[in-house]
Design a protein around this ligand. Sequence first.
Ligand SMILES: [Zn+2]
Ligand SMILES: [Zn+2]
Length: 155
Amino acid sequence: MNDKYIPATGGCFCGAVRYEAEVNLHAAYYCHCKICQKTSGAPAEIGVSVKPGTLRFTKEEPQFFQTSPIGRRGFCRHCGSRLIWMSPDRADWTNVSVGSLDHPEQAVPSLHICVESQLPWYKLADDLPRKRSGDDPDLIAAWSNAGLTHEGKPL
Ligand SMILES: [Zn+2]
Ligand SMILES: [Zn+2]
C-alpha cells in the first residue's frame, strides 16, 4: 500500500450530495462487519481512504446517522445512497463508499477487515490480507475508549 492521495469527486445516486476529497485509491478495503452489511444492503462495503481534512461537500450535506459509538455514516437524505464513514476521534479513518466515486473503477482494494463476519458464500478470488476485528489494536482501542469490547459489547 502506498500513501499517494489524489483529488477525486463523487456523490449520491440522485446528485443532491456531491463531494470532493483527496483519496488513496490503493487503500480501498472490504469491510465485512455487520453494520456495513446492514447499511449497504450488500455482503460487504468497500471504503476508500480519505486524506484527513480534504473532504468537502459541494452541494448538499449528507444526513449523518450515528451507527456505532465509534462511527457515523452519511447518506443522501433524498435517495438514500450511503456515501461516507467517519469516526469522531480518528480523522484518518474517514472513507467514502467506493460506488459513490465518479470513477470507482480506479480504486484498488488492498485489504479485507472484520472477516469474522464475512458471509460464508461470499468468496473473493484474491490473496489480499484478511484481518479480524480482534487483530486490529487501533480498532480495539477505539472501542475500548467508547467503553466497549471490539465486538461492541459493554466492557
Ligand atoms: Zn441523492
Ligand atoms: Zn464495516
